[in-house]
Design a protein around this ligand. Structure first.
Ligand code: PNS
Length: 165
């Protein structure tokens, strides 16, 4: 039984995140999608909203035979991973620019908890430039984000963000 944690801010979840979860489902028996509670950041969606959105959109993907759980966590990721008896931390890598920061985190996490492996996965090319930050910026400035996030996320963003056209 292989349990992975897929941590992130998911503010909001993008189609790139979903693609990674779907791919991860082929490798692991269980994936805990873990939302970081970060008191230093002003999120667009609250933790409760992000959990709600995640459970809505995760219904729409191919789970294979994998169980997907949604949780939130605070503090050190590796401490949370140990508490959850997870073997693996999954992170998506889009471009070389992601690599440096992700490598630093993976090595630091390995130093802290050597028994937990980080697995990097590549999303489909069409999502290789998609990030929650850019999606929010483009949307707020009146740009089209169709196909980059699930349509339910787009609808919720319409309610949240006043667009400048
Ligand atoms: O979606 P994000 O914002 O890129 O996710 C970053 C995340 C949540 C993976 C990272 O910030 C994290 O693990 N935070 C928890 C605190 C922690 O463990 N910090 C040390 C990392 S080496």
């Amino acid at each position: 039984m292989r349990r992975a944690i897929y941590p992130g801010s998911f503010d909001p979840i993008t189609n790139g995140h979903l693609d990674i979860i779907e791919r991860g489902c082929k490798l692991f028996d269980e994936i805990i999608v873990a939302i970081l509670v970060n008191p230093n950041k002003q999120p667009l969606f609250s933790i409760e909203e992000r959990e709600e959105i995640l459970s809505e959109v995760l219904e729409t993907i191919n789970h294979h035979s994998c169980t997907i759980l949604i949780e939130d966590f605070q503090g050190l990721l590796v401490q949370y991973a140990v508490k959850k008896n997870a073997d693996v931390i999954v992170r998506g890598i889009r471009a070389v620019s992601d690599y440096e920061y992700e490598l630093q985190m993976a090595l630091m996490n390995r130093r802290l908890e050597p028994q937990i492996e980080t697995v990097f996965m590549m999303p489909a090319e069409e999502y290789s430039y998609v990030s929650s930050r850019l999606v929010k910026e483009v949307f707020s400035l009146g740009g089209k984000i169709e196909g980059l996030v699930p349509s339910s996320v787009e609808k919720r963003m319409q309610l949240k963000i006043k667009r400048q056209k």
